[in-house]
Design a protein around this ligand. Structure first.
Ligand SMILES: [Zn+2]
Length: 266
């Protein structure tokens, strides 16, 4: 399924990797699954016992040979704030939700052994790698972040702050709700229609409703900015279709855990 996305297992934990990222041998990265029991929740804000979530995070990072204490998370608010992080931020939000990076939906670093992590259930996880400048980023693109342009803003910040080149930046679009299951109403349609190519990402259904392709909406923004088609990898894994493997906010009526996306420069 998808552009070179592979399902792997390490220390009993299943996860997904984008093969093109793995081949660069510069990063460790993964998109998690909900686990055999279905409750491998990696987010601290969904009401699960914190101890259990922290343990899940420990197991997940250990499976990837990432030090949990070197990982940084954010308080995701469907906004457009992207933070530059480094060693000083390691561990933030990993053990206590209160000290995660406040009101932040994107993380960037050029420091080795600083893992960036975000939590997702239907929203689109985006991970970025410039293999030339050795810069990574991760952002959270639900419909608000997507129409707000967080994908492009993340790439822009890599270029402006770290001297990356659009032509070098690779992006992987992780498991998230697909065009097969993401019906939106007029409020969202209005926002999407600001893009010149909105007809490519909206398919009308009932009156005032349409199916929205968040994957393509993010991909087209990145292409517009100058990223290469060959450097954008879409997993094609719909969290609603594959609710046995991933948490889905829509499929589970809002009461669900979160998978994680994680990336670290080695
Ligand atoms: Zn689907």
């Amino acid at each position: 399924m998808g552009d070179l996305f592979k399902r792997l297992t390490a220390k009993g934990i299943n996860y997904w990797q984008e093969e093109a990222f793995a081949q660069k041998e510069l990063v460790q990265h993964a998109f998690s699954e909900r686990g055999a029991d279905g409750d491998f929740n990696l987010a601290l804000h969904t009401g699960d016992e914190p101890k259990k979530v922290i343990n899940n995070r420990r197991v997940f990072t250990a499976a990837l040979d990432i030090d949990m204490a070197q990982t940084v998370t954010m308080e995701q608010v469907h906004g457009l704030n992207i933070a530059q992080v480094g060693k000083k931020d390691c561990g933030r939000g990993m053990y206590d939700y209160q000290d995660s990076l406040k009101a932040t939906d994107g993380l960037i670093t050029d420091e080795k052994n600083v893992a960036l992590m975000g939590c997702f259930a239907d929203c689109v996880p985006l991970i970025f790698l410039d293999p030339q400048r050795k810069v990574i980023a991760l952002s959270h693109a639900g419909w608000k972040g997507t129409v707000g342009g967080i994908a492009g803003l993340t790439a822009e910040k890599m270029v402006q702050e770290y001297n990356c080149a659009y032509g070098d930046i690779m992006v992987a679009v992780g498991p998230s709700i697909g065009p097969c299951h993401y019906e939106v109403d007029r409020r969202v349609i209005n926002e999407v229609q600001k893009f010149a190519w909105w007809q490519k990402v909206l398919t009308p259904t009932a009156e005032e409703h349409a199916m929205l392709n968040l994957w393509e909406c993010n991909r087209l923004q990145l292409l517009e900015l100058g990223l290469k088609e060959a450097n954008i990898f879409v997993s094609g894994l719909c969290t609603y279709c594959h609710n046995d493997k991933f948490f889905s906010y829509r499929a589970e009526n809002g009461r669900t855990g979160r998978i994680a996306a994680i990336i670290m420069l080695k």
